[in-house]
Design a protein. Structure first.
Length: 672
């Protein structure tokens, strides 16, 4: 039985390592032959009937191993190892831990712990791309076989106290079923987390991957955005996942030309289609500053994002503004004048890319001082004015409202904040909206009639009003940060997270975003702190936390009820002497281990409870305890009265930490 259990656990570790493509530490991989040899050592030693090494204390091995696991997991969580890369790195290390623990076989507790480690390795493999389905199924079968074998081994080695064999079989069977249920739950979770192979949804790729029908929507951008069109219910499908230090707006593109009904993108005036490469790092495409951007940004902070495509096709690369370089394995990137990124060729589901963006820490004082002149419009660059002050005929009510809101604003920042604050207070954002009536101006209808609509109508209204008062602005579209995954820490972005906001130009600073909807996180936000991660994990796992709290509360209630019933079933002498002990301990005279009830009562009568009748009470308690006979009601009432009067005569004033000196002579019984 011990050999079978050790062999099952070794197979579980082997298949778990195979499911994730091997084992190792970081970039250093362990050859499969070496891992198999290390696992075989424990199995052969078990077959040779070698006793297990006593590295762990006997009877406490499961507690020690569990404590080590909890401490290690907590340390990784506090260190910020919460994304998919970190989980996969730890999962590749776990099979090596099983091989090391093979020296402690065939202890049942150690074998069970190894099965838990194998399950953790399997879940880690589920986070990354799975390379072999048969290995995953083999790991599940090996885990189940190992659980049953280790439980049978524990039953065979357990001490029997004369109970019937059928009872022992039922206990072992119930334990095996419970553990198998847990293993099945882990398998279901792993199956739900398993992604398809990278690029499986791509229609065409340069590496020749074939296409398959995929119901998921594509991730792309349009050169035209009709603001007045009807907006249906947004999709709930996941488009991409972002691993980043904090939330941000994932920008796709910007629009500069407004014709009164729709936005369009002008042809890129900059030749950014031929990316530059850093020597020695040919996979990095550097992004030149676009129109209005500043090359040297003060107080710059690098913001690295690793994005995994979940849509069937991605013809754009969402990224936080402003991107400095981008890396796409096996492909190039074309960069627009507004730093919008487009892969060449397109990406498919499972493909990843890395972007480093520059997030300038521009506070309101810096933005107010950026104008530097009484007339901010005189400091606007000509190419910025040509591209981002363009306007068709604007309805006079819209122009009048813009002039009214910015009448008391002296700087570009104050003007932008005045318009943004008014829109946040007086309009409402809706995900669905009907089309604007034919012949009506969409901005005038939104501001003066509906006062509600999708985010692009609110952002367009702000851009039009700012341009009408001489402030360069443009419409940016992309996605909100999305939902933070409590397990991996990634931002999961869905179709419903589509968003639009405003970017305003400041001399010497560049573009700074404003959001009239109030849905965007503040610029430069970061939630990688310990409290933020704990809060995020609690939001993600709140059903499990509620179940644990209910189970813990029920267990505590059951324990309290059981304790109350046990005390109620105790004889009166036991309960009364416990009260006598509490009274003496509260006054600094606890009971010594060698003292009998009579001796302890005599000690209390001589020190903290000066009442000689306590000696007689101690004698009654001793007689009742040793004779196992109930005390008469008269003796009970007298004992209760003596303890109550003695306690009132010597109230508790303070807790004495040191025991008062006891008399040298033995206990005495006072004369009647």
């Amino acid at each position: 039985m011990a050999v079978l259990a050790a062999l099952a656990v070794a197979l579980a570790a082997w298949f778990s390592a195979t499911a994730q493509g091997g084992a190792g530490v970081g970039a250093l991989g362990v050859p499969p032959v070496v891992l198999a040899a290390a696992l075989a050592v424990g199995v052969l030693a078990t077959a040779a009937r070698r006793p297990a090494l006593r590295v762990l204390p006997a009877g406490k091995d499961a507690v020690v191993l569990t404590a080590v696991t909890v401490a290690g997991g907590g340390a990784l969580f506090l260190a910020g190892w919460t994304n998919g890369q970190h989980v996969s790195a730890v999962a590749r290390l776990l099979p090596l831990a099983v091989a090391v623990l093979g020296l402690l076989w065939p202890e049942p507790a150690v074998l069970r712990y190894c099965l838990v480690v194998c399950a953790g390795s399997l879940l880690g493999a589920a986070v990354g791309p799975t390379r072999a389905d048969w290995a995953l199924y083999g790991a599940l079968v090996a885990l189940a076989a190992g659980v049953v074998a280790t439980n049978r081994l524990a039953a065979a080695g357990a001490r029997r106290l004369g109970g019937p064999a059928t009872t022992e079989r039922r206990r072992v069977g119930a334990e095996a079923v419970a553990v198998l249920a847990v293993a099945g739950l882990l398998a279901a979770v792993a199956a739900s987390l398993l992604p398809p192979p990278p690029g499986g949804g791509s229609p065409q790729r340069g590496n020749g991957r074939s296409s398959r029908p995929n119901p998921q929507p594509a991730l792309g951008g349009s050169d035209r955005l009709d603001v007045g069109a009807a907006k249906g219910t947004p999709s709930n499908a996941v488009l991409f996942r972002v691993s980043a230090p904090g939330p941000d707006l994932w920008r796709v593109t910007t629009y500069d030309h407004w014709d009164g009904e729709a936005w369009t993108r002008s042809a890129d005036p900059l030749d950014n289609g031929s990316p530059r490469f850093r020597p020695g790092a040919a996979d990095r495409t550097f992004v030149r500053p676009g129109i209005g951007d500043v090359a040297a940004v003060s107080n710059r902070a690098a913001f690295v994002q690793r994005v995994t495509i979940q849509a069937a096709v991605a013809s754009v690369l969402p990224a936080a503004a402003r991107p400095e370089w981008v890396t796409v394995a096996g492909g190039g990137v074309s960069v627009g004048a507004d730093e919008s990124l487009r892969p060449d060729p397109v990406l498919g589901k499972g493909d990843t890319y890395v972007v480093e963006s520059i997030r300038a820490d521009a506070d309101p004082a810096t933005l107010r001082a950026a104008d530097g002149l009484d007339d901010p419009s005189s400091a606007i660059e000509q190419r910025v004015a040509d591209a981002y002050l363009q306007l068709p005929a604007v309805p006079s009510p819209v122009t009048a409202l813009a002039q009214q809101l910015t009448a008391g604003a002296a700087t570009t920042y104050d003007r932008a904040r005045a318009v943004e604050a008014w829109l946040q207070d007086n309009t409402r954002v809706t995900r669905t909206a009907p089309a604007v009536p034919a012949g009506a101006d969409p901005i005038e209808t939104f501001l003066l009639t509906d006062r509600s609509g999708p985010a692009e109508r609110s952002a367009t209204a702000m851009v039009v009003m700012l341009r009408s008062v001489g402030v360069p602005a443009r419409l940016a579209v992309g996605y909100l940060p999305g939902t933070r995954d409590g397990l991996t820490g990634d931002f999961v972005v869905r179709g419903r997270d589509g968003h639009a906001w405003v970017e305003v130009w400041f001399p010497g600073v560049g573009w700074h975003r404003f959001d009239p909807t109030g849905l965007a996180p503040p610029p430069g936000a970061s939630d990688n702190a310990l409290w933020s991660r704990l809060e995020r994990l609690a939001r993600q796992l709140w059903p499990l936390l509620v179940l644990v709290a209910l189970a813990l509360g029920g267990w505590l209630a059951w324990r309290a009820l059981h304790r109350w019933r046990r005390r109620a079933a105790e004889p009166w002498a036991t309960r009364f002497f416990a009260r006598l002990e509490r009274a003496g301990t509260a006054r600094g005279r606890p009971k010594e281990p060698h003292e009998t009830p009579v001796e302890y009562a005599d000690g209390l009568a001589r020190t903290v409870l000066p009442d000689p009748r306590l000696v007689e009470v101690g004698a009654v308690v001793t007689a009742a305890a040793w004779s196992r006979r109930d005390v008469s009601p008269e003796d009970r009432d007298r004992a209760e009265r003596v303890l109550r009067e003695a306690s009132h005569a010597a109230p508790v004033r303070r807790f004495r930490r040191s025991t008062p000196p006891r008399p040298a002579q033995g206990p005495t019984i006072p004369e009647p």
